[in-house]
Design a protein around this ligand. Sequence first.
Ligand code: ZN
Length: 141
Amino acid sequence: MKNFFRDLGYSIKTFFQGRYGSDMLSWTLIIAGLIISMGSGYVKAEVVSKILTIMSFAMICFALYRTYSKNIEARQKELAAFKHAFSGPINSIKMISLKKKDPEHLYVKCPNCKTILRVPKGKGRIIITCPKCQNKVELKS
Ligand SMILES: [Zn+2]
């Protein structure tokens, strides 16, 4: 019996070895999948409800597949693409609160990498360099 548990522990350990593990994208897929699956119960149209159920199931399956995947490079690429796609809207929300807190500065998004750039107001026409991607942005402050 002692050996059984030792072996079991060993196989669990080797199973998780070299696996990608969970990341922000997997968690987002799982949470969104659960919300959609719960929401599908309230949808009256049966076809739509079924589609939502399948969609949520697929999202959760994909999240689990990513977690146990050994292709770490591909998973990292997906995560980067996901972050890139969502950084725009997330930064837009951030900028609204930044503008409120700090009316002395101008906040603009780098058109290339979507990083928020802080610019002093009232300097006229200036060119700023994005610290992240070195992209040059010309603007009037
Ligand atoms: Zn940039």
